[in-house]
Design a protein around this ligand. Structure first.
Ligand code: PMP
Length: 389
């Protein structure tokens, strides 16, 4: 290869040397707790399909009926001719579910985040982001051109000190449930800081929606917060709801602003209407079936208790995301590989997804797991961790 592309080889070699090379596994089965990989049956502990809805028969049937009614492709962006009745009704249902004036669908959560932040802010404004925010929130902040400030993880005091020093329009942005840690943002404190400094607060509840809160209302239900405290709520559909896509919910003014200004909304093809129909079916299950959330809580508690008994140290998390801090990237990969050999899929999460030196195994639970899955995973974990020392 001729320069400058020849440098790519060196760059890939560097990535591999640091134990950071990423590769994909080919899944031959539907999503769920049992996967087929390379002809083997593997128990899945790394999906974000927390409620087990990605392959639920009602959701699959709604998807099929949606494809029969609307076809597969949506034809264009929402603002051209891609906004179907299915999208429209789903937006109304998501607004009702989140208790907000309106909701707006985006084709992915990544696009929602970059779209919203860069629509609301520009040069002369400032964005304040938790150090451990999801990459799409960080990218949105950078793309906006606003002054970009990161505060210490979940630290409203550090945020307050940063806000004190800043003039102009301010947006505070945080994950609701941190995707790689599983802990909750201190939204009670962040709303106070936002109010005191006349800032807006945006919460990305990708990992809380449908999963946290008695009724699945997410991290805002957990804290009892509404549109006043958190004017910008982003939720994804590909995790707790088991389908694909994302939405932003808030005031009429927010949604109209996004329709006019969010480039990641305006300049992209709408999600297939069949996905919207499937999501309407999954939302019904999310609302009706509390047992899924109860089950997740029980599984996480059983895992935490079992880990303690085996001397496995877990990160402080009360969600369905239960990471085990390993430290070195190569060691995390080795343990993940040993688990796969033993029949369990647990992904090794490494920098730059997480800070240097904090590679981890990210264990996630599904409402479809049974207690025996948790117990078997604990035994395999204890063995794999001991074997990697
Ligand atoms: N925000 C968070 C906190 C996430 O974890 C993710 C997905 N990993 C996203 C946004 C992006 O959502 P999507 O996968 O729909 O692009």
């Amino acid at each position: 290869m001729t320069p400058p592309f020849s440098q790519l080889t060196t760059s890939l070699d560097d990535i591999a040397r640091q134990g950071l090379y990423r590769s994909r596994r080919v899944i031959a089965s539907p999503q769920g707790i049992n996967l087929e990989i390379d002809g083997r049956h593997i128990v899945n502990f790394c999906s974000n399909d927390y409620l087990g809805l990605a392959n639920h028969p009602d959701v699959v049937n709604a998807f099929k009926a949606g494809a029969d009614k609307y076809g597969v492709g949506s034809g264009s962006a929402h603002l051209i001719c891609g906004h179907s009745a299915a999208h429209h009704v789903l937006e109304e249902e998501l607004a009702a579910f989140t208790g907000r004036d309106r909701a707006l669908l985006f084709s992915t959560g990544y696009m929602a985040n970059i779209g919203v932040i860069s629509a609301l802010l520009g040069r002369g404004d400032a964005v304040f982001e938790d150090r451990l925010n999801h990459a799409s929130l960080l990218d949105g902040g950078l793309l906006s051109g606003a002054r970009f400030k990161r505060y210490a993880h979940a630290d409203a005091v550090d945020l307050g000190a940063n806000l004190d020093k800043t003039l102009g329009r301010k947006l505070i942005v945080t994950d609701g449930v941190f995707s790689m840690d599983g802990d909750f943002a201190p939204l009670d404190e962040l709303t106070v800081a936002a109010k005191k400094h006349d800032a807006w607060l945006m919460v990305d509840d990708a990992h809380g929606l449908g999963v946290i809160g008695e009724h699945g209302g997410g991290i805002l239900e957990h804290y009892g917060l509404g549109q006043d405290g958190v004017p910008v709520l982003m939720g994804t559909l590909g995790k707790g709801l088991g389908t694909f896509g994302a939405f932003v919910a808030g005031s009429e003014l927010l949604i109209e602003t996004l329709i006019q200004k969010a480039r990641a909304y305006i300049y992209t093809t709408a999600l297939p209407a069949a996905v919207a129909e499937a999501t309407r079916a999954s939302l019904k299950i999310v609302i009706a079936e509390n047992w899924r959330r109860d089950k997740l809580r029980q599984l996480s508690e059983r895992f935490r208790l079992g880990a303690e008994q085996l001397g496995i140290t877990l990160m402080p998390s009360s969600s369905a995301i239960q990471p085990i801090l390993i430290g070195g990237s190569q060691r995390a990969v080795d343990i993940s590989n040993a688990l796969l050999a033993a029949g369990f899929l647990v992904s090794a999460i490494r920098p730059p997804t997480v800070p240097q030196g904090s590679a981890r195994l990210r264990v996630t639970f599904s409402a479809l797991h049974e207690e025996q899955h948790v117990d078997r995973l604990l035994d395999a974990l204890a063995e794999a961790i001991a074997g990697s020392k």
